[in-house]
Design a binder for this molecule. Sequence first.
Ligand code: B1M
Length: 213
Amino acid sequence: MSTIQDIHDATVKGNYKEIMDLVKKAVGEKIPLESIINKALSKAMIEVGDKFGTGELYMPDMLLSAKAMKEAMNYIKPLLKGSEYVAEKGTIVIGTVKGDLHDIGKNLVITMAECQGFKVIDLGIDVDYGTFVKAIKEHSPDIVAFSGLLTTTLANIPDHIKAIEDADLRKKVVLAVGGAPVTRHFADMYSIEIYAPDASGAAKEFLKVVGKK
Ligand code: B1M
């Protein structure tokens, strides 16, 4: 079996103790960091989400997988800094919307964006309206991205946008949104420029924006 497959399987099983050695092995085998992230870690997390949805995995399994992914990324992130991906292309401010505590998907989006050379300011989870405004003033990002996993708290997105508009910052940033219940239609309803169904898609859309700037 390949090391990529081993990392994938260890992530699905939530084997966070084994993961670091496997990632080190893959790096030693000169497997590109992008492949470790896309073909092993991200793929595994999507599988874990699907298995949770069908009842094959339970919440504690999900959290162990997330821990495994975080361990792996702790090792990979410093290596990414010295790689060809990081020729700073722009700045993104991202956060999970107010009232929502989910961050695994958001963290994947951050990783993918960082792989593409973006500087990412992570505001965390349950982000207040004013926190986005403050971060835009402080960091002058190209893109402001909202992650939302709960149908209920997606209803807070218009208020996030209103806060940005009220601070006269809307025209200075491109907005992005994503998360399992988000659709292109939802993004269009609020004139949010970028919608992406997954982390790789988001990174691709982010690149298009800085290409246009
Ligand atoms: Co919660 N949860 N959860 N949960 N949870 C879901 C989302 C749910 C679908 C489960 C279910 O009922 N089947 C459901 C939401 C239903 C709905 O509203 N549509 C749900 C619920 C109801 C809840 C609680 C209310 C449960 C309760 O307490 N009764 C509660 C809410 C707490 C709160 O937020 N206020 C809750 C709590 C939790 C935990 C804290 C236990 C934990 C979160 C841990 C964490 O994130 N650190 C958790 C988890 C793990 C899940 C599931 C199982 C997995 C989510 C996940 O990480 N998926 C989830 C069920 C599921 O997804 N099948 C569920 C893997 C991840 C890689 O995918 O996050 O979708 P995802 O991200 C993707 C894309 O969506 C996209 O890219 C990512 C990768 O490709 N994406 C973006 C995400 N953000 C983006 C931003 C972008 C672009 C793309 O910007 C441009």
